[in-house]
Ligand binder design. Structure first.
Ligand SMILES: Nc1nc2c(ncn2[C@@H]2O[C@H](COP(=O)(O)OP(=O)(O)O)[C@@H](O)[C@H]2O)c(=O)[nH]1
Ligand SMILES: [Mg+2]
Length: 250
């Protein structure tokens, strides 16, 4: 059987307490996958730690950018990296250990019958563990907003995803998608609108133990505002949506 080439991309900004453990855990679960850490010159020295890991683990490499360009922009770079190394599949996840690498095989399994698989905190079996009430509320509000305004019935604001590198996925870096947090819901909407099939698998997210979230109140407010604007701009095409959903129950 031909083995598929999987690239796992991890955007980082100030994740020095988490990145070593994350790389170890990914390597344990998927020893044959390559890992690229996309770091925006984190002042806490995350890149140095990744270089150190890469010295003893040839599967791990660093892609360093010289300024903070945003999480969406890092995800676009992840697609470029997947294209450059001819990966069949791209997996993305956060570095803060809220995403469990043990979930990745479930996503890869579901990818056999879908173009995109998203980890879902909202379907049966998924959830948020030990999260503060405010983050829990904001996350649920985000889900309601994306579900009803964009008509995307999936967990559209999470970053634990697997993509088959289809002809469409190869075009993603050039698509007009936001460079910040809105990239997450905009990119999933973009895949749905271009008739990609999407599957969901339940995931439980634990709260971040080390370091702090880079999402600020400003990001939340601008994100919500941007969501309304995006929904308004695309309202005509949203009416024509035909969501191709594979498996899973809400
Ligand atoms: N390269 C890069 N990574 C980022 C940036 N902003 C956030 N991240 C990373 O994206 C992931 C999610 O960010 P996080 O702060 O945990 O957001 P939250 O999960 O919404 O609270 C983490 O791995 C961050 O280190 C950025 O501007 N550039
Ligand atoms: Mg986080």
């Amino acid at each position: 059987m031909v083995e598929i080439k999987v690239l796992i991309a991890v955007p980082t900004y100030n994740e020095c307490e988490n990145i070593l453990q994350l790389c170890k855990r990914i390597t344990q679960v998927l020893p044959n996958s390559d890992i690229v850490v996309l770091d925006d010159s984190s002042p806490d020295g995350t890149a140095e730690i990744v270089r150190e890991i890469a010295r003893s683990n040839p599967r791990v490499r660093l892609f360093s950018r010289n300024q903070k360009l945003g999480i969406g922009s890092a995800h676009k770079e992840a697609f470029r990296q997947a294209i450059a190394c001819n990966a069949d599949v791209l997996v993305t996840l956060d570095a803060d250990l809220t995403h469990d690498p043990e979930d990745i095989p479930k996503l890869l399994d579901a990818l056999k019958v879908a173009d995109v698989v998203v980890g879902s905190r909202f379907m049966r079996g998924g959830g948020l563990q030990d999260w503060t009430p405010i983050r829990r509320t904001l996350t649920h509000l985000g889900h309601i907003a994306t579900k009803y305004l964009l008509r995307v019935p999936f967990d559209a604001t999470g970053a634990l995803r697997a993509y088959r590198m289809t002809d469409l996925a190869v075009k993603l870096p050039e698509a007009p998608l936001h460079n910040g947090y809105p990239f997450l819901y905009q990119s999933l909407t973009w895949f749905v609108r271009h008739d990609s099939s999407v599957a969901e698998v339940p995931i439980v997210l634990t709260a971040r133990a080390y370091g702090s979230s880079k999402m600020q109140t400003r990001d939340v407010l601008l994100g919500l505002l941007g969501l309304f604007k995006f929904a308004l701009m695309h309202r005509k095409s949203f009416r024509r949506y035909r969501v191709s959903r594979i498996g899973g129950k809400q």
